[in-house]
Design a protein around this ligand. Structure first.
Ligand code: HEC
Length: 261
């Protein structure tokens, strides 16, 4: 290869690495980074955390935030919280679902079934906004994916409530939160120690609940994460074996070519 070409490639490598480091460090200094079990190429969800996270979502967040893309049956599927079928049926049956029309042309409500979508707390965005002081509690189905920083960002917002500095005046219904844009949020701190009671005996501290619900929301936004990781590992193993095979067949094919000639 030409020397100039080599220099150019070298220059590009340096450029990419520095850009990558800069963009990463900008995020890192800001957010509270957690050692998530689902991080990295072999990362998996912690089933118990997913089940606890669902409990936090449904008992705390679901009164304001919808999750319209999820169905109750998803809670029993492989790669998710993996509740048993009976548990999923019982969970769904706790909700009132509007159905119909019946023979008389009227809508009626009935207990939820696993095939139903998660029931939303408000009939529409306007109602949700009006009930929350003019701020819309975003739908949480894919929130983790739609925010820069993903899981770390959600966790940070939940743990980021503080008393405002003396020079900042907050209007009624506005709270100080380091990790929101503008450091203001129209959601009061939803978590306080013991607000839920975990059945597996885990202490429901604020950070524990924040971690669990964030894990649950990450799965909701990317339910096929575990399959994707498995496939990634397989592809890498395949490529390694393939490279070794290619190497030996090259040696064989070119074995009678004398490099000295
Ligand atoms: C009383 C209603 C209410 C409850 C309960 C509630 N939220 Fe919120 N949440 C809101 C509102 C309203 C906003 C929009 C705030 C804004 O834009 O200033 C919000 C915003 C958020 C955001 C910021 C999203 C963004 O735009 O970046 C996150 C993250 C969040 N909520 C997570 C949760 C979690 C997790 C729970 C449950 C533990 C929860 N919320 C419970 C009303 C609520």
């Amino acid at each position: 290869m030409h020397k100039l070409q080599l220099k150019f490639i070298f220059f590009l490598c340096i450029l990419y690495t520095s850009l990558f480091t800069i963009s990463n460090s900008a995020e890192k200094t800001e957010l509270l980074e957690q050692d998530w079990s689902f991080k990295g190429i072999t990362g998996k969800f912690d089933r118990a955390a997913l089940q606890r996270g669902y409990q936090v979502y449904t008992e705390v967040c679901a009164s304001c935030h919808s999750m319209r893309l999820l169905s109750y049956r998803n809670l029993g599927e492989e790669g998710g919280p993996e509740f048993s079928l009976d548990q999923v049926k019982a969970i769904a049956a706790n909700f009132e679902v509007e159905d119909g029309p019946n023979e008389d042309g009227e809508m009626f409500s009935r207990p939820g079934r696993p095939s139903d979508k998660f029931v939303s707390p408000y009939p529409n965005i306007q109602a949700a906004t009006a009930a929350n002081g003019g701020a819309y509690p975003p739908d949480m189905s894919v929130l983790v994916k739609s925010r820069k920083g993903g899981a770390d960002y959600i966790y940070s917002v939940l743990m980021g409530y503080e008393d405002p500095p003396a020079n900042i005046q907050l209007d009624e219904g506005v709270y100080y939160n380091k990790y929101m844009e503008g450091k203001k949020i129209k959601m009061s701190n939803p978590l306080s120690e013991g607000i839920v009671t975990y059945q597996d005996g885990t202490l429901a501290s604020e950070s524990q609940m924040a971690k669990d619900v964030t894990t649950f929301l990450t799965w909701a936004a990317e339910p096929t994460l575990e399959q994707r990781h498995k496939m990634g590992v397989r592809v890498i193993i395949f490529l390694i074996i393939f490279t070794i095979l290619i190497y030996f067949s090259m040696r064989r094919l070119w074995s009678d070519i004398d490099p000295e000639k």
